[in-house]
Design a protein around this ligand. Structure first.
Ligand code: DGL
Length: 267
């Protein structure tokens, strides 16, 4: 049986999660929803993100899927309970999975302002190691740069360096890439982060957690060969997004525009 996984994010960030899962699991199909009309999520309020999570969960509940992959740390940190409550299929999340990978006790987290404000990573890490030192660093500039494709500029690297310095100066031993957009520019982090500090991508743990769920056994896969049965949906700019599926995933895709339910929900 071929499982159909649903991924969602504000934009292209979830591609990093999709890629991690594709490296480990080759036999599944997918629907990928990018809420491009409302990107970035990382500067939105608690209630805005929870409303968005509710709408997305409602929309996903009308799709034929076998599981939801929360490919967005911001909704993961502020609204995982909403997504779980309104999903009729299992939900796999990044922050809960990340703890499978953490061995160090001094951890830095790079994430969006909303994720950092939620302290979701700090709380999750301390739930397994109360003595851990966790320093979270909000990086409001990263997502717009990554989405625009203009991240190879020297002054963007300077911005990245400044954020990293705030973590490195705390003698941290590992850095969690706590926004799914960030692994897309992993080479920049690898260049700027000292080699004694480990970079952690929570998606690696999430894809392992899928081992016991997916009906096909894990099989290493060539990324040149992504499964082609992926349906891409956006809330705006399908042409721009189609260019991004080609650029980041090597897939020529037909991108559909969907309207998410706009009824507001008070939690
Ligand atoms: N990629 C998402 C995350 O992991 C959302 C980023 C944004 O839209 O600000 O947080």
């Amino acid at each position: 049986m071929k499982d159909r996984l649903a991924f969602f994010d504000s934009g292209i960030g979830g591609f990093s999660v999709l890629k991690s899962i594709c490296i480990r699991h080759s036999y599944f199909s997918a629907v990928y929803l990018a809420d491009t009309a409302r990107i970035p999520y990382g500067s939105k309020t608690y209630s805005e993100i929870r409303d968005i999570a509710f709408e997305i969960s409602q929309w996903l509940s009308h799709q034929e899927i076998s599981a939801v992959v929360v490919a967005c740390n911001t909704t993961n940190s502020l609204a995982l309970d909403v997504i779980k409550k309104y999903s009729s299929v299992p939900v796999f999340d990044l922050i809960g999975s990340a703890i499978d990978l953490i061995r160090e006790s001094r951890i830095g987290v790079l994430a969006t302002p909303s994720t950092v404000a939620s302290k979701a990573y700090t709380n999750q890490i301390k739930s397994v190691n109360p003595y851990a030192f966790v320093r979270e660093e909000a990086c409001p500039e990263f997502v717009p740069f990554i989405e625009s494709g203009q991240f190879d500029l020297l002054w963007f690297k300077n911005i990245v360096s400044n954020h990293l310095e705030n973590l490195i100066s705390q003698n941290i031993e590992a850095i969690i890439l706590g926004c799914t957009h960030y692994p897309l520019i992993k080479p920049i982090f690898e260049e700027l982060v000292p080699s004694n500090i480990r970079l952690i991508d929570p998606a690696d743990a999430l894809s392992k957690r899928l081992d016991s769920f997916l009906h096909s056994p894990p099989s290493e896969m060539d990324l040149e060969n992504l499964p082609f049965d992926i349906q891409f949906m956006v809330t705006s700019d399908p042409i721009g997004f189609s260019l991004n599926t080609k650029k980041w995933l090597g897939i020529n895709s037909k991108v559909e525009v969907v309207s998410l339910r706009s009824k507001s929900c008070v939690f």
